[in-house]
Design a protein around this ligand. Sequence first.
Ligand code: GAP
Length: 424
Amino acid sequence: MDDISALAKRRGFIYPGSEIYGGIAGFWDYGPLGVELKNNIKRAWWRQMVYEREDVVGMDAAIIMNPKVWEASGHTSSFTDPLVECKICHKRFRSDKPEQLAAHEKDHNEPVEWTQPKKFNLLTEVLLGATEPKMTAYLRGEITQGVFVNFRNVVDSTRVKVPFGIAQIGKAFRNEITPGNFTFRSREFEQMELEYFVKPDEKTAAELFEYWKQERMRWYVSLGMTKDSLRFRDHESDERVFYAKFATDIEYNAPFGWSEFEGIHHRGDWDLSRHKLTYADPETGETYKPWVIETSGGVDRAALFFLIDAYREDGKRVILGLHPKLAPVKAAVFPLVANKPDIVDKARAVYGLLKKRFVAGWDDRGNIGKRYLAQDEIGTPWCVTIDYDTLKDDSVTVRDRDTTKQERVNIDQLIHYMEEKYEK
Ligand code: GAP
């Protein structure tokens, strides 16, 4: 983890939030490469979940909603973690995380007396308005409710018919008691979610629950995550969140143990009932409350696990073997020498060509070997060198990050060459 967080900071993936003022627990800033990685994850997700399907539409709801939404959804009363306080130093912990309590006892070198667990609500309050008393609202604790409160709007303004889904990506906020494990447990994070509405029927719901579990697992594997480092874990009835009839997590075998980064939930008609919403079948006229199968992934946790999974060392080479679709920079362009205008001009032209298609990098410092090392470390799949032969025959050397093999490719074939591999 230390290697990953050091690399993330040094190369501009992830910085601690508000660092020059001493930081703030549970908040992180994404740098120039981090924003590309996150955008690539979100784009790939949206493509699979919305563009490639006929039964899913997207939306983007406001972060702050009328507080009545959170009362109706049950979050103001039930969206809680059990909090205990150490009677020696008054630090607070979650009592459902025994490993954290044990670690704290070790720090004190003596048994700790804990206060009785009390329910701690995770919603983050905000005050709105210019006059007193201000209105207390909440930053959304899950992006989900924005979809449910717009259920009727979407049905009325589009041609969707049950079964159908609404997809959304956006920020959520939780006042976590113990943020930690780098970005894993943050107070501000992004979610990518699908709410899939089905006719209330146990068999249909069970089939779709299984279908979405497999779809979501397949997606992570298709983007290069190691299959053996992934597993499903069903929630026991006593750990299920208040809205879920069934829940399964997709977990990754992280350096800090198997950890959830996506949940598949059978929410039944919990939410539509609470918001008093129904659906009228346009063909039969039948009115009912659809059930919801939800897939809820964390963008930041996915980014963290893609980084961890891709990280490897090979002698003095550090390599981020990210799938080309996720790599922040797809290709880096190098003029062999920086002091020959013909070569630099040609390299600039190739750089301009590649930049029109995807994120390309430029490096003319030091020797080529060092430039390769710098690109390997940020996961750039291809390095393109413009040399003396390029001036004669318009071909360039393309070096592959994973095999380190080099091939001569004609400039007018370059984009096609990369796209062929890129789409794999
Ligand atoms: N709408 C359902 C829902 O919010 P959840 O299991 O509470 O379900 C879904 O959250 C996903 O959101 C998690 O699997 C995780 O990836 C992400 N997530 C939740 N809390 C998080 C936190 N404190 N920091 C980072 N990501 C978080």
